[in-house]
Design a protein around this ligand. Structure first.
Ligand code: ADP
Ligand code: TRP
Length: 322
């Protein structure tokens, strides 16, 4: 029976070490909402395939992401955790949806337009990315999808596709809503641009003390003298720091002209304090691979149950089975 709680579905691609932007922009919301929502979090490894990783890289990134989820605080007793590739329904549903969207519609997707603007040669998987993502979301009668701002359009696409299907074949899909914490915003990287794995400007969430120190030391500082900048929000350093320490005291220190060197030292300390319990939790699971495997198997069973049923209903609705 479906729980009376709202169903939440989300996940991330295993495409490299997650960073504090991924944590505050997405993962933290998953953790915060797991008590109040019927939560499904998956590893989008079919989506990762669009970047053509090597076999070893994909396996390693997948293994790391599940540990990151668990380390960050997702509780397998509360959350259904699974790998996208363990649930064949995602690909089956995508094929049905592919016929409901037009090429010009997919060409309007931000991700497509960005790739095109950069003159990249695009594979068909990347072009179809939003349709696979719609399948992920819609298979589970999802109510809410917590994601970072840049993923909003993808959830809109899922809604459009659900409406189109329901209109054409009869009501099968719930219309999902994105859940974006407006005050979370975009976390800047060490160079002041959006923090992203592809820009090489990240502070990894599960880094060693040395790596954290190195990343923080490389954060750009203002060309003005520190005491000339009165508003802390103008400083990339503070824009990052406030996620780890949002005290009035820290803000005042910055406003009063806390020097860049001292501010960086404090930030290193604050990050380490923040991530230490997460690291310990991650270590625990990393040392128990059998436990992690069991979590994923159980998650796959549960996800397959729901997703296969939806595929059967849809196959029936469109005339693929009778
Ligand atoms: P990346 O840009 O590093 O490759 P992804 O595209 O894999 O990150 O994003 C995974 C999740 O993290 C998405 O929900 C995305 O919106 C969120 N996210 C990524 N970078 C940031 C950031 N700098 N600030 C806020 N959220 C972010
Ligand atoms: N596109 C998302 C990202 O880049 C990952 C993703 C794939 C996803 N399918 C999803 C997120 C379904 C939420 C729901 O972060």
């Amino acid at each position: 029976m479906k729980s009376p709680k709202l169903r939440l579905f989300s996940g991330m691609k295993p495409t490299g070490r997650i960073h504090i932007g991924n944590y505050f922009g997405a993962l933290k919301q998953f953790v915060d909402l797991q008590d109040t929502h019927d939560t499904f979090i998956f590893i989008a490894n079919l989506h990762a395939l669009t970047t053509l990783p090597t076999k070893d890289q994909l396996l390693e990134d997948t293994n790391n992401l599940i540990l990151d989820y668990l380390g960050a605080g997702l509780d397998p007793e509360k959350v259904t955790l699974f790998k996208q590739s363990d649930v064949p329904a995602h690909a089956s549903m995508t094929w049905v949806f592919n016929n409901l969207v037009t090429v010009p519609y997919l060409m309007r997707a931000h991700a497509y337009k960005d790739a095109e603007a950069k003159g990249k040669e695009l594979n068909a998987g990347t072009f179809d990315y939003p349709v696979l993502m719609a399948s992920d979301i819609l298979l589970y009668d999802t109510d809410v999808v917590p994601v970072g701002k840049d993923q909003k359009q993808h959830v809109e696409y899922a809604r459009d596709i659900a409406e189109k299907f329901n209109h054409q074949y009869g009501e099968q899909f719930k219309l999902p809503k994105e859940l974006i914490l407006e005050d979370t915003g975009i976390i800047p990287g060490t160079d002041g641009q959006k923090m992203s794995k592809s820009y090489g400007n990240t502070i990894p969430l599960f880094a060693t003390d040395e790596e954290i120190t190195k990343a923080v030391m490389s954060i750009v500082t203002d060309s003005r003298e520190r005491n000339e900048v009165k508003n802390p929000d103008e400083l990339v350093l503070y824009q990052i720091h406030k996620y780890f320490n949002d005290s009035v005291e820290l803000r005042n220190w910055y406003a009063e002209g806390l020097g860049y060197g001292d501010a960086k030292k404090q930030l290193i300390k604050d990050i380490i304090t923040f991530v230490t319990p997460m690291r310990e939790r991650r270590e625990h699971f990393a040392n128990n691979p059998k436990l992690v495997q069991d979590i994923l198997i159980q998650g796959a069973y549960k996800a397959n149950d729901i997703a296969m049923k939806k595929v059967f209903d849809v196959y029936e609705a469109v005339g693929l089975t009778s």
